[in-house]
Unconditional design. Sequence first.
Lengths: 113, 113
Amino acid sequence: ILNVEQSPQSLHVQEGDSTNFTCSFPSSNFYALHWYRWETAKSPEALFVMTLNGDEKKKGRISATLNTKEGYSYLYIKGSQPEDSATYLCAFMGGTSYGKLTFGQGTILTVHP
Amino acid sequence: DVKVTQSSRYLVKRTGEKVFLECVQDMDHENMFWYRQDPGLGLRLIYFSYDVKMKEKGDIPEGYSVSREKKERFSLILESASTNQTSMYLCASSPGPRADEQYFGPGTRLTVT
């Protein structure tokens, strides 16, 4: 089983703070790295699908970077808002996996007003 | 909008019962997945299917089987439910090519007593 690690496990920030979390994954046999946001009582939703080393993606106040050579990705949230409170999941797809994702354990973000 | 639906949000079953969890997607997706989510462990893949009647084991297939007789429907079967199968079960689908994001259903919280 592949090792996909996320840190920190949980994070509490104040509204307006910027924050970031890390996903580490195997640096060999890379195909894609996904980020999902999972809000309480909802379904996980995709934020980004990243495939190229050096990729940077942005959606509103959220952005992500990818380093496939060293096996890590960062997710950044600028000016956190209470509605950003969620579990953020990263998932690794290897080159021979036929669409199979291996998820990290997630980072639980709580943004306090 | 892609819609993935699951037959129940909450389910309570007794040890030894046969349990069926149904998942239906309405966007003609090739791939479908079953995950379970347990605290601190992230999403773990049970089985997936990349075509009708095709199935592949994920990371934790023991105690489960699946059926995909029609493209839009993917069923997870617990042949003889046990208490360690108490969990949140999530179904997902993706269009086809491997890097595509996955679309998740709302989840079924199964309790086995």
